[in-house]
Design a binder for this molecule. Sequence first.
Ligand SMILES: Cc1cc2nc3c(=O)[nH]c(=O)nc-3n(C[C@H](O)[C@H](O)[C@H](O)COP(=O)(O)OP(=O)(O)OC[C@H]3O[C@@H](n4cnc5c(N)ncnc54)[C@H](O)[C@@H]3O)c2cc1C
Length: 371
Amino acid sequence: MPEITIVGAGATGCTLALLLARYGIASTVIERRSSSLNHPAAHVINARSQEIWRRASPKLAAQIAGLAPPSEEVSIIRWSTDLRGTPLGEIDLLSDSEQLDRIQGHSPFLISHIGQHLLMPILWDALEQEPLIDFRRGWSFQDVIVDGPRVTVHASGPQVSDTEIVSRYVIGADGANSRVRDALGIQMRGPVLANMGSVFFHAELFGDTSRPLLTWIYSPSFCGVLIAHANNDYVLMSPYLSKRQDIAANSRSYWARVLPQVIGEGVAFNIHSTGTWTMTSQTAENFAVDNVILAGVMQRTGSRTPAGSVSTVACKTHTTLPGSWLVSWRDAPPRRCWQPTRVSGARSWSDLQPRVWPTTSASTRRCRALV
Ligand SMILES: Cc1cc2nc3c(=O)[nH]c(=O)nc-3n(C[C@H](O)[C@H](O)[C@H](O)COP(=O)(O)OP(=O)(O)OC[C@H]3O[C@@H](n4cnc5c(N)ncnc54)[C@H](O)[C@@H]3O)c2cc1C
């Protein structure tokens, strides 16, 4: 019987499978998508995430770090009423050289600006190339049945409507709307914070001046944030209240209409994709039932830090599985000191709360010294 089935090949599922392989443990990864994410979600990746990928494979970590533009190209955060007008203000994240030296001393990696749509194909390729990983794209989780030490996943694949995959452990890494979590009857607790609509597009903005990483736009006609991605690609996001609003119900036509008002009439643009997402501050009431374990964003979603703070994202879910860490890119206050060791015996989020999430391995060591 194989050791582990992982449901979901997002950042969490991929990283877990690669780390397990590093320790010689085989896994089957089922993923309902056939091709990887192309609408950007995460755009800021913590140094700790990169340290963990280096543990899985130095080559992989170097490949991912290579996606990040030089930090001086993405150091400005700006506030404005209009993209073309005088900004209300801006901060340069690199302006305090002492602080920068201190941060760079923590890790060989810096918190980096890497779009998730660029990252995921690299992680998927790494899965494909790893002989200990059976990566099944286009396979959807349907149900899970625990029978003593055996856990059976029911899944449907490209050619089959119901297949059984039997293993010792099942890890649900299937995202915020996890079906594994639903199958276990685990509830999420906590409020919805905001609904956001977004458009991913290409345009030549800002002329020869450096592109701000984030531009917060506040005007009577539009409120939102513009995020600069590689190759003059951008994501523009705006909150909404009802899914009946155009931004959610007819997102393409909404953005085709609104985008020129924000970036300037007459500025050429090409929309790659549009989407919606819900920001919540929710925690699963439990994260394991027998040998079925939840990992990543579906056991905790949402943000505890102010939007726009780019230094807040950390890898943070540690697991009881031998020799492996489950990774989620959720945010954690960077200056707090957490006890980051592997947590054994913890069954619910409240067991974990006081003791997780270093943002770099250096903070791990400092925390150990303090505990
Ligand atoms: C707009 C936006 C901006 C963000 N910005 C940042 C940021 O700057 N920094 C940051 O750290 N995080 C950011 N995040 C959050 C980050 O994207 C998530 O935390 C991260 O993707 C979670 O990874 P995951 O692997 O846990 O879940 P997911 O990425 O959701 O992966 C889950 C996977 O499971 C698959 N799946 C789902 N259901 C099934 C099923 N039934 N069967 C098989 N497979 C299934 C999905 O297709 C998916 O591939 C952002 C998110 C959004 C939406």
